[in-house]
Design a protein around this ligand. Sequence first.
Ligand SMILES: [Ca+2]
Length: 288
Amino acid sequence: MIQKHHRNRQSLCPLGQSAALTETASNSNSQRGSALIAALWVSIALSVLISSMIFSARTDIALVRNAKEQARAEAAIDGAINLAITSLPQARNVIGRDGPTVIQNYLIGDLAVEVTISDEGGKIDLNAAPEALLLLFFDRASALTAGDPGEARQLTDALLDWRDTNNIARLMGAEKADYRRADYSYSPRNAPLTNLAELKGLLGMREELYRKIEPLVTLHSQQRGFDPDLAPPELLSVLMGGDFVEDENNDTVLPLALQRFRTRSRRQVFHIETKVSRKKLVSIITVK
Ligand SMILES: [Ca+2]
């Protein structure tokens, strides 16, 4: 548009005057053009600035809204957990009767909180389980996640080395020197595990295998075996390599190889899991 304006001005001037006028006009047009261009750039810059300010403000509002929702959800979860704790004396007598978990639903404000209570006695205690149970468990879980044939033996030894007090590695195990050789920044605890994340840190532990077994183990039952009537179905499925059956009393039937690991839970440690969601708003339409 600016170039077109220059051409029009030149065609109207007599020949002798054309140079100076053209130069002046050209300068004038050039300045105007520059000013226009500069103004255009300022305008673009301003619009970018305004856009970014609007975007920034919107982001801030969204962040504040998210933080507020998060705080509300956390408060609702805390409230639901406290309610679930007060219901534990009743729940402990019900858990295992019709299934390994008890589900309670609470409505707090407009938030629905689903609470699942389970007994840790149904899981395998990594600190208390004997070698034979750990080997069996790792063996089945490893096979289900396409692990190497020797993986179960290696992980069992690594776990036993992690929790025993000495620094003498078992045949397939790993102690401080082995972790150092493998460039790990830590060593075995040489004491009972205090956090399930330590299982993930075992030398040779695969991510896929860890994800498979983490929900099925505990550090709190303090029992050598597990209570099959309180066990997560997934644990029974892993240990038995597929489906499992119950007898006429709804007691889980364990194969011979697993019967020696059957224990009765002390019903003292419970796992409470929560899931919070916004209550669905339902429109009420009155038809006259
Ligand atoms: Ca050790």
